[in-house]
Design a protein. Structure first.
Length: 593
């Protein structure tokens, strides 16, 4: 007699207690079954679908996987409910090119009667009125924050304004800001600032931008470029006109008649008010008293405060407001959703926390050289995105030119950003957003940046010779990578003083800040994150004694072999190299059932 198996649908993750309830058996029966398999669990432990389906099968059930439940499925809005919304603008650019001055000029131009003292900017976003229309500006700290939000999946900006000083031209941070805006795939308006200064050369700036494939409309391109002087208040109205024109081409609309949806711009813990978050409402309307879910945080809106510091009862689309009433501080980039009641919000967050706990240790799949050939064979890789950081602009250009020439029918090599200087948090965030690997040429990331890269599963490759870069990427594309050297970092020391010792030479007086410095280990000397020398440690001294090693937190004198040019402020990195064989690409196996 064939026993008919009962069908059951199970979610991706389920607790032992919930599974027992659905199977209508005792939780102890499940615990005993798992103990026989060598697993010790409790009734509150979460099981994956695979494990739960095995248990269900043992008790006469055929388990099917339930589709992942997304509590906030965006249904297309009825066109009749859509109304025009203000555009959201982010201003980016080199640190000295007048971004803050331009934002101040825009604010002052739009001060309304009764606000002669200027708008009180309480939050990192504000709105201005121009020609009876409203524009929302996000006053972010820079392109790092802009891209960090993009890395979390937050698309909040409609137009990016790139500020370039007419007297200074394009700088490395200008190029970086441009690449971040391109990675976000938003239209770009260029504000050529400081046109009132004696050395201003607008045509030179346009030519430099044209070299970066950003061609002005006047030169037959599609990029709007507006000469302005934030100091003299020139061209501000024209810039706002152009921003509205570029935004209008996107036909920005939203439905204000549904539950509010928005993105957290910034968040903090206030001693008097508790968790306070700035949210940019993107669709629907956020109302006083709404129950909300923000990432893994629940709350009820107890107060809404606009950019003038006034309490309001509601915030329509494209409006930035501070909200008070969240239970804990959310992260910038988290999405906010209004839900029907607090009970539902708590259930959603509980489900998210369970899923997060199960997936936290799973690495994000990123493109790295080690798995490039395997992915090519499986048809997964079409583009190899690369970020280049080098010790000089000439090296950046040489690498960019050489790498892009490696593109073939199977894989296209894209250099999405090249910059001078050490690898920064901004580079890691850009790599996360664009699924890129980072090539460092004669530069080194500090330990904090390296830990962040590991956390985000970003592949960083460090080189000293250009043809080594070319050869290794070529080898990766053909599945013929050579054995590599694994570097073990021993320690770092900051150079505090320089001593000249008769008969010995130059000794660096150092404080060991990380790990330990070992005599005769390999060493590199860094200056502002750039490698200036590689060699070996000659001597390590504590007071007048020669010692074998010095641990973190202690001072010592270090002699670096054959390098008299060491300076105060340099960083000494001690390391060891060990040759390791790369993993072989396993041959494809026939599918088994």
């Amino acid at each position: 007699m064939v026993v008919e198996r009962k069908p059951i649908t199970l979610p991706e993750y389920i607790t032992v207690a919930e599974l027992a309830s659905r199977l209508e058996i005792s939780a102890n029966d499940i615990i005993k079954t798992l103990m026989k398999q060598g697993l010790m669990v409790s009734v509150n432990q979460t099981l994956t679908f695979d494990r739960a389906s095995q248990i269900a099968s043992a008790f006469g059930f055929d388990a099917a996987s339930a589709p992942a439940e997304e509590p906030f499925v965006e249904e297309p809005d009825d066109p009749s409910t859509l109304v025009a919304r203000p555009p959201v603008i982010t201003v980016l650019g080199h640190v000295d090119h007048g971004k803050t001055s331009l934002l101040d000029a825009i604010r002052k131009t739009n001060v309304t009667a009764g606000e002669a003292g200027g708008i009180t900017q309480r939050i990192g976003a504000y709105q201005v009125d121009h020609n009876s229309r409203r524009i929302t500006f996000l006053d972010t700290p820079g392109h790092e924050a802009f891209t960090a939000m993009r890395a979390r999946g937050a698309q909040v900006t409609d137009v990016a304004v790139l500020v370039v000083a007419a007297d200074d031209g394009v700088k490395p941070q200008t190029i970086e800001a441009l690449n971040h805006a391109r990675a976000a795939k938003v239209p770009i308006v260029v504000a050529i600032n400081k046109v009132d200064k004696p050395g201003a050369n607008i045509d030179k700036v346009k030519q430099q931008l044209a070299d970066l494939q950003l061609l002005s409309e006047e030169w037959g391109g599609q990029t709007v470029m507006v000469p302005v002087s934030a100091k003299q208040n020139q061209g501000i109205d024209e810039l706002l006109d152009m921003i509205l024109l570029v935004a209008d081409l996107q036909e920005l609309k939203a439905n204000p008649h549904k539950h509010g949806i928005g993105t957290i711009i910034e968040a903090k813990l206030d001693k008097g008010l508790g968790p306070v978050a700035t949210v940019l409402v993107q669709n629907g309307t956020l109302m006083l008293g709404d129950a909300v879910v923000v990432g893994n945080v629940v709350g009820k809106v107890r107060a809404l405060i606009n950019d003038h510091g006034e309490r309001v009862r509601k915030a329509p689309p494209s409006t930035p407001v501070e909200i008070i009433g969240l239970e804990t501080v959310p992260q910038a980039g988290d999405l906010l959703h209004v839900v029907d009641d607090e009970k539902l919000s708590r259930q959603i967050v509980t489900d998210r926390l369970i899923k997060d706990r199960e997936t936290r240790m799973q690495a994000v799949s990123r493109t790295s050289l080690d798995d490039l050939f395997r992915q090519m064979k499986e048809g997964e890789v079409k583009d190899l995105n690369i970020i280049i950081k080098a010790d000089g602009q000439g090296s950046v250009e040489a690498l960019k030119h050489s790498l892009t020439r490696l593109s073939n029918a199977e894989v296209r090599v894209n250099v999405i950003h090249g910059g001078v200087g050490t690898i920064t948090e901004s580079d890691i965030m850009l790599a996360t957003t664009s699924n890129s690997m980072i090539i460092g040429f004669n530069v080194r990331p500090d330990p904090t940046i390296k830990r962040l890269a590991d956390q985000e599963s970003i592949d960083i490759r460090l080189y000293r010779v250009i043809y080594h870069v070319i050869d290794e990427i070529k080898a990766a594309m053909t599945g013929m990578l050579e054995p590599e050297f694994e570097e073990t970092m021993l320690g770092r020391a900051d150079v505090r003083q320089i001593f000249k010792v008769t008969g010995v030479g130059i000794i660096a007086g150092c404080m060991v800040t990380d790990g330990k410095i070992i005599r005769e280990s390999d060493v590199r000397v860094l200056r502002d994150g750039v490698v200036v020398y590689e060699g070996k440690i000659d001597s390590v001294r504590r007071f007048k004694d020669d010692v074998k090693e010095v641990a973190a937190g202690y001072e010592c004198g270090i002699g670096v072999s054959k390098f008299p040019g060491i300076q105060q402020g340099d960083v000494i990195e001690a390391y060891q190299l060990k040759e390791i064989a790369r993993k072989e690409i396993a041959p494809e196996q026939p599918a088994t059932r």
